[in-house]
Structure formats: C-alpha cells, structure tokens
Design a protein around this ligand. Structure first.
Ligand code: UT7
Length: 330
C-alpha cells in the first residue's frame, strides 16, 4: 500500500533576513572559556549573527516581505501566516499576528508554532496540509529567532552554538510541477528535560530566585541531545524516504537543521550520500533554531544550487524532544 502523499504544491518564493552584527568564535573567546578550535571541531560553527535591538517580529517581517515579493504576490493574497519560533517577542501576542499587521496581510490568519527547532518542519507540514485539504491557497511560513536575548552568555555549553536570523517560504496550491511526497512529525516527551527554558511561566513563575538561578535562559544537555539525535534520525529518515517512495540517491538536496556538522556528516555517511548534497550554512550563522532550514533553503535557491524539479528533504530536531522531515519537489 502506498503512503506517498502526492499533493501538488508550489514553492512560489523565499526570503531571508539576518542582523548585521557578526560575532565570531574569536570574539567568543573573550566572553567565555572557549576556543575557536573547540567550537569549529565540535560543531562546524565559525560565526553567527546577533540582533542589536531588532525583535523576532522585525526579522520575521523582513524575511516574510522578501518571500512575498519573490513570489510575485500581494500581501492581501496570503491566507495564512505561520511563524515557527522559540524566541517570540512575547508569549502573547504571538509574532505571526505582528507580521500580519506589518505586511498588511488583511486576509490572513496568523499564529506561532512552537516545537523547538523542529517548529520549522511542523509549520511546513501544517502549511502543506492546509493547502492539500483546500483550506488555504497561499501560505507564508517563517522561521525566526532572536535567541541571543534568551541565551546565558556566561554558559559556554550553549552561548557558542546559537545565532539570530529569519527565513521564509511562500507555499501555494496548484499544479506547477511541484509535489509533496512525505511529511512525518514525531515527538518523545520523555526527553523534555534535554532542552528547556525553565522559568517565567506557569511551572516556575518569575521570582527573585528564578532570576538568581539564571532560569530565564536556555539550558541544554547538549551531549544527551547529540546521542538522542544520532540514534533516532538516521532510521527515521530512511522511513520517511520509504514513505515518499524515493531512495536516498533520488533526493537531490538534504537540508538538515544546522546544529552540528558532526550530526549532518553522520547521517550522510550512513545513507551513503555525498557531502555536496547537503546545504550547509552553520559555519556562517550557527544554530538559528527554527529558522535554520529556511535560511539554508533560501541560500541554495538563490545561488542556483536548488533548481526546478529537484527533490528536497528538509529535516530538523529540537526541544521536546521533537523531530520531523518533509520531502517535496519544486
Ligand atoms: O538545536 C537544538 C538542538 N541542540 C543540538 O543540536 C545540540 C546537540 N549537541 C551538540 O551539538 C554537542 O553535544 C555540543 C556541541 C553541544 C557539545 O559537544 P560534545 O562533543 O557533546 O561535548 P560535551 O558536551 O560532551 O563536552 C565535552 C567537553 C566538556 O569538558 P570535560 O567535561 O570533558 O572536561 C565540556 O565542559 O567540552 C567542554 N565544553 C567546552 N569546551 C570549550 C563544552 N562547551 C565548551 C566550549 N568550549 N564552548
């Protein structure tokens, strides 16, 4: 029995925005007890962008505007805006309604998706599902983060990894040759303590104690995440390819969550795929969480690597733990 979805979809446009300020590994050597050598060999990251006062909604708006213009649409033609983020300006209102207002997307619904770094794949899957069901015609999907505001700059385990940025895609209904082959979303809530921002809400309301304990910053058991992802991701991606009825060789481009070069290389090795098939930009931007795959996809479209007809796999993993993948053609 076929599990292949076969939903006709079109990627009409992409956009990206990163703040101007570059923070290199050498800059970080002056902030915490770390070295460029450690960060480069353990992660592949060389530098990242840091927002200087711009909010997540500002980054999301700029990436979203570029994607709509690239798509050749008017903001009024967008009927849904989904923003994947783990660093919203505020818990409510969400980032997406602010973006809707800034864009003047007067006919669009708008909400945030929070699923750790996998929010990007969750948002993409929901966009594809809404289009496939006929509910939506043109969906603006954005991944946007200003993680630098919620990172503990005294914690070398986390502060060297993350960066700020936003990427966007306009996905549309209709027969333009593109097709969604598979979309799979997973979660393992038994690992919810691996990545967390402990305080500030219902479980640990803000108090002097939570501030003193630095509980308003991201905490991560990085090595536990690393082991979990290396265990589940390769066989999960085999399964998604099988559902899409495509072999690894038939996937033209592998767009991984840009968290760690060693994780990416491990999956490519196991699936016997050349490194050239992976779109990598973590060296320039670090881990931009729910934005990372959008930035990579945009860069590879704009520099001509990804072309019409190509088959693309996008996958991510993150807090929850959550993970997921979509496979589509352009
Ligand atoms: O997007 C959200 C999902 N998150 C991730 O994808 C993160 C996944 N995990 C990773 O990418 C890796 O686990 C890290 C890059 C975070 C860490 O690499 P690791 O090889 O797992 O290192 P480790 O945590 O086992 O630490 C090894 C050593 C420790 O020192 P000792 O105990 O061996 O003396 C750490 O204290 O490296 C030390 N260390 C550092 N040293 C220099 C940790 N961070 C740093 C640092 N600079 N920034």
């Amino acid at each position: 029995m076929s599990d292949r979805l076969g939903i006709p979809v079109r990627i009409l446009g992409t956009g990206k925005y990163v703040p101007e300020r570059v923070l290199s590994n050498f800059d970080l050597e002056k902030v915490v007890d770390t070295t460029d050598e450690w960060i480069t060999t353990r992660t592949g990251i060389k530098e990242r962008r840091i927002s200087e006062g711009e909010l997540t909604s500002d980054l999301a708006y700029k990436a979203g505007l570029e994607a709509i213009e690239d798509a050749g649409l008017k903001a009024e033609e967008i009927d849904m805006i989904l923003v994947a983020t783990n660093s919203p300006d505020t818990i409510f209102p969400g980032v997406a309604p602010k973006v809707q207002n800034l864009l003047g997307a007067v006919n669009a619904g708008a909400c945030d998706i929070q699923a750790g770094c996998t929010g990007c794949v969750y948002a993409l899957s929901m966009a594809f599902a809404g289009i496939g069901s006929g509910m939506w015609k043109n969906v603006l999907v954005i991944g946007a983060e200003v993680l630098s505001r919620i990172i503990d700059w005294s914690d070398r385990n986390t502060c060297v990894l993350f960066g700020d940025g936003a990427g966007a895609m306009v996905i549309s209904a209709g027969k333009g040759g593109g097709c969604l082959f598979a979309a799979e979303l997973r979660a393992d809530g038994s690992k919810s303590d691996f990545i967390k921002l402990p305080a500030g809400l219902v479980e640990r309301p803000a108090s002097h104690e939570t501030v003193d304990n630095r509980e308003h910053f991201v905490q991560m058991k990085g090595n536990e995440v690393f082991k979990f992802v290396n265990k589940v991701l390769p066989s999960f991606l085999d399964e998604v390819c099988e559902k899409a009825q495509l072999s690894s060789e038939e996937i033209d481009w592998w767009i991984f969550h840009q968290a760690n070069m060693r994780i990416i290389e491990g999956v490519l090795k196991r699936t016997k795929q050349p490194k050239e098939k992976a779109v990598i930009n973590l060296d320039k931007y670090g881990n931009t969480s729910a934005a990372s795959v959008f930035l990579a996809f945009h860069d590879a479209i704009k520099d001509g690597r990804i072309k019409k007809g190509d088959k693309v796999l996008i996958t991510s993993f993150g807090a929850g733990m959550t993970y997921g993948a979509v496979i589509f053609s352009l």
